[in-house]
Design a protein. Structure first.
Length: 348
């Protein structure tokens, strides 16, 4: 095959733009030979089940799936009956960037709440957590939160515990969209279980592709009620992989030698470097707390397009000129300094 792209190319558009980590690619190669069982009846998926207990604690289970959208839909379907609704932030990925899949595919009503920083609180949940017993209102039976959030902010363990305790007191389950869970844990300096199981979360969509995997995500569950039906929902939602060993092997590589932590810590460090440098560029305002691997900033209008042409990134709010800059596991100090040098030159 002829290579069709420049392997040295780098952008700040999305951590999905990044390629695969070499250790992940090696795991796929190691899993490739010979015949083993399909649909999860393989030694890599069995071993992954053991590893997830080591990472998250006794009773945790993992179900590899194909996509993040599929993970969110299936996990929420397992928590919420057909007449139920899910409370989420208005900026949440499940609401803004999944093409209506939770509603169209999952049959789930999403009840949104505006948030200034992407984070829900017990008080914000209460804005939608009402109307139980009203047959004309979708019943709010679950909360879904994003960690780290779509605005790059991170919930602390105390914030998560307050939120899950409140939701459970109302009879609601809690799902966590963890597409960037690794970045959040690295930012807080805590293990993965400290911001999931230990704070009362019922199920997690565990991200992989944003942290160096080729493809594949997983659903990690802690409560029995959260996993009922998942064995069937994965197939119904077109998320049951026949050659599951290749996704499982990638997650094994991610957990071995803390690759998830090394990759996420590197991305977070580059975001911090980028934000610190932008703070000294005339006319630039960093708009959100830089807790993980995302930087949100307003740039002078006349420098946006020249910078975008050189480094590629996305607008976040065109009305205010806010853009989003994402760092990845393969973002280097040199990539950040090149961006900052161009920003300084264009604003001089």
């Amino acid at each position: 095959m002829t290579r069709l792209h420049d392997p040295a190319a780098h952008t700040f558009a999305s951590d999905n733009y990044a390629g695969a980590h070499p250790e992940v690619l090696q795991a796929i190669v190691d899993a490739a030979g010979g015949h083993v069982g399909s649909y999860g009846a393989d030694p890599y998926t069995r071993r992954l089940g053991e590893v997830v207990v080591e990472q998250f604690g006794e009773g945790a289970t993992i179900d590899p799936v194909l996509t993040g959208t599929g993970a969110n839909v299936a996990a929420l379907q397992a928590l919420v009956p057909r007449w139920g609704a899910v409370v989420c932030a208005a900026s949440a990925h499940v609401y803004t960037d999944e093409g209506g899949a939770p509603e169209r595919l999952g049959g789930l009503k999403l009840l949104t709440v505006p948030t200034p920083d992407g984070k829900l609180t017990p008080e914000l949940v209460d804005r939608q957590a009402h109307g139980w017993g009203d047959q004309q209102r979708s019943q709010p039976l679950a909360v879904t939160i994003t960690q780290s959030t779509e605005l790059g902010t991170v919930y602390t363990p105390d914030e998560l515990r307050a939120l899950t305790d409140h939701a459970h007191s109302l009879g609601m389950r809690v799902h966590l969209d963890g597409a960037r869970l690794a970045n959040a844990a690295a930012s807080l300096g805590v293990p993965l279980r400290a911001i999931t199981r230990d704070v009362g979360v019922d199920s997690v969509s565990l991200g992989g592709t944003k942290n160096g995997l080729v493809l594949g995500e997983s659903i990690v569950t802690f409560a029995e009620e959260a996993r009922v039906g998942l064995a069937y929902l994965r197939k119904t939602d077109a998320q049951l992989l026949s050659k599951m060993r290749f996704v499982s092997a990638q997650f094994l590589a991610m957990f071995e030698d803390d690759l998830w932590l090394r990759s996420a810590s590197g991305a977070n460090a580059r975001a911090a470097q980028l934000a610190a440098g932008l703070a000294d560029v005339p006319g630039v305002t960093v708009t959100q707390s830089v807790d993980a691997n995302a930087v949100f900033a307003v740039l002078p209008a006349d420098v946006v397009e020249p910078l975008r042409e050189a480094h590629h990134f996305y607008d976040w709010d065109r009305t205010t000129g806010e853009v989003r800059l994402m760092c990845s596991f393969d973002t280097t100090e040199e990539h950040v300094e090149a961006f900052l040098a161009d920003a300084r030159r264009l604003t001089a």
